[in-house]
Design a protein around this ligand. Structure first.
Ligand SMILES: Cc1ncc(COP(=O)(O)O)c(C=O)c1O
Length: 399
């Protein structure tokens, strides 16, 4: 079954009792038992729920494995993996670029418990080999990363990590299973902020963990019930609905991102444009090899002052200033003060996360409108700069 067909048909037969084409929402907390301990496979909705189970089956199909567990948010999913596998003294390796919340949970929750965090450029295989040791439990990566869209060679990393017995965890939120299949590249666990492209409509918060090996999955599945950060059935139903158009959405997101990157590259005010589809992107060749498209995100460094950046991100017509990404409606974000503000300024500077970085999540609008909105904003900055000396001169003259 091909991807688009899976999003519509996998684990989604018509409802047997009534023939309803779309499965009903099982909005229930508990289930009638025929006699104590004798149920129809469901006994309490923290443990399991038919709507949630259906979505878990679909997500597993999309990532090409058999095991998926849903959580109340992407971070709850991450927490389950970290809690399942990290003990005091254990080490985790991270790339330079990760979602700010991942940085925060590791540095503020797990490091105080004695977990050692090593963060460096995962493209540096010599550094990776030198860092790996018997205490390394997890190598955690995003590719493309949030927010600079760095691309890492997942297969080459897994090849180096596995001999030391550590797990490779890939946060596949940005790439999505549509453009990247981490299990075929050697990942042991995949995590998702389902909130983003999978749900796709900016109307819910949800996370998922997937695994190929049942033994690797089991501790995470245990924590789903034992710690209870589960999503409600209605949110699962909404994700099932959103998923049905995923291929169409992803194609449009990617098309829009490519058009925006092409328009920004070479623009006088775009100092650096981050988009894996650009031939100038350092990870372009790896992305071509390990992805089937370049994703829907674009970031760039605005060659301007902090004030100009603030004005630009706050005054776009179609790009709403807001956290998150991956929805049908375009979003614009200033990572330093928003998604990555939980990384202290000094650490951001050390990681190279500048205050002039802007992250774009084009939605499913028409590319012409999105490009025009951005180009217009950059032209406004240029016009304001051009008129500033004149205004200063007029003011000086008047004075
Ligand atoms: C790459 C990535 N992973 C994980 C998360 C966390 O997901 P959630 O916001 O659903 O908790 C985010 C959120 O922005 C993200 O961008």
């Amino acid at each position: 079954m091909e991807f688009a067909t899976k999003t519509i048909h996998a684990a989604q037969p018509s409802e047997p009792e009534t023939g309803a084409l779309i499965a009903p929402l099982f909005q229930t907390s508990t289930y009638q038992q025929e006699s104590p301990g004798c149920d129809k496979g469901f006994n309490y909705s923290r443990t399991n729920n038919p709507t949630r189970e259906r979505l878990e089956h679909v997500l597993a199909e999309l990532e090409g494995v058999h095991h998926a567990a849903l959580f109340a948010s992407g971070l709850a999913a991450e927490n389950a993996v970290l809690q399942a596998y990290l003990r005091p003294g254990d080490e985790i390796i991270l790339p330079l670029d990760v979602y700010g919340g991942t940085y925060r949970i590791l540095n503020r929750v797990f490091q105080p418990l004695g977990v050692v965090i090593r963060q460096f450029d995962l493209a540096d295989f010599a550094a990776l080999e030198a860092a790996l040791n018997s205490r390394t439990r997890i190598v955690w990566l995003e590719s493309p990363t949030n927010p600079r869209l760095f691309v890492y060679d997942i297969a080459a990393i897994a090849h180096r990590v596995h001999p030391c017995g550590a797990l490779v965890v890939v946060d596949n939120t940005f790439a999505t299973p549509y453009f990247q299949q981490p299990f075929t590249l050697g990942a042991d666990l995949v995590v998702h902020s389902v909130t983003k492209y999978l749900a796709g409509h900016s109307d819910l918060i949800q996370g998922a963990v997937l695994a190929r090996d049942p033994a690797v999955f089991e501790p995470v599945k245990f924590l789903q019930n034992a710690t209870g950060a589960v999503p409600g059935p209605f949110d699962c139903w909404l994700t099932l609905r959103g998923l049905k158009t995923m291929e169409l959405r992803m194609l449009r997101h990617a098309e829009n991102a490519a058009a925006i990157a092409a328009a920004l590259e070479g623009h006088a005010l775009a100092r650096r444009v981050y988009f894996p589809g650009l031939a100038s992107h350092p990870g372009h060749e790896i992305a071509r090899r390990q992805m089937t498209g370049f994703g829907g995100m674009v970031s760039f460094e605005l060659d301007g002052s902090f004030e100009e950046v603030k004005a630009f991100v706050s005054s776009r017509r179609y790009f709403t200033l807001g956290e998150s990404l991956g929805g049908v409606k375009a979003l614009i974000c200033h990572p330093a003060t928003m998604t990555h503000a939980s990384i202290p300024a000094a650490a951001r500077a050390e990681l190279g996360l500048s205050d002039t970085l802007i992250r774009l999540s084009p939605g499913c609008e028409n590319a012409k409108d999105l490009v025009a909105d951005l180009v217009e904003g950059l032209a406004q900055i240029q016009a304001a700069r051009a008129s500033a000396p004149q205004q200063a001169a007029v003011a000086a003259h008047a004075g």
